[in-house]
Design a protein around this ligand. Structure first.
Ligand SMILES: [Zn+2]
Length: 164
């Protein structure tokens, strides 16, 4: 188990201490973090909340932008390829190559975008925040692990749910 990780039963309904998961300030709002269709209502203070929302919006837009660049690029590639060499479209291997190429292009754009965002955040003083908690799988299918960035919150969470 990680340092600030807390293991809970997937079906349980954990108590979230009403403190901000990032800074332990008074929580004023929740953000629903969805993991495998289960909603985890995570509390944030009024200071951290907008920064987390902004970050997740930017990352959501980045994913969309990557798709919007990849799809036309792949279509153009297919059209150009088909005009030059009509045979490639009937070959089974083309499908695999196109699929692999699309995935590579998509992930490259996404990673490049992430890098741009990182550089932007670093130099612009735009303080967006990641959610402060990550939900991860464990080897046991009935449990999940909540990994908190703030060890104090991890402790409070464990105490509130009688886990230690
Ligand atoms: Zn906060």
């Amino acid at each position: 188990m990680g340092k600030h990780a807390v293991r809970i039963l997937f079906d349980s309904d954990p108590v979230w201490p009403q403190k901000c998961v990032i800074c332990m300030g008074e929580a004023s709002q929740n953000i629903a973090i969805i993991y495998e269709r289960k909603v985890f209502n995570t509390p944030y203070c009024e200071n951290c909340y907008p920064k987390v929302i902004r970050r997740s919006n930017l990352e959501g837009n980045l994913a969309l932008i990557s798709v919007f660049i990849t799809v036309p690029a792949v279509i153009i590639f297919l059209i150009v390829g088909a005009v030059r060499n009509p045979d490639i479209l009937v070959k089974g291997s083309t499908c695999g190559v196109v699929l692999l190429g699309s995935l590579l292009l998509l992930s490259s754009i996404f990673i490049l975008g992430k890098l741009c965002l990182f550089v932007y955040f670093h130099f612009s003083g735009d303080r967006t925040l990641s959610p402060g908690v990550k939900i991860t799988k464990t080897k046991h299918p009935a449990t999940v692990e909540l990994v908190f960035s703030n060890p104090q919150y991890a402790q409070r969470f464990s105490d509130a749910n009688g886990l230690n």
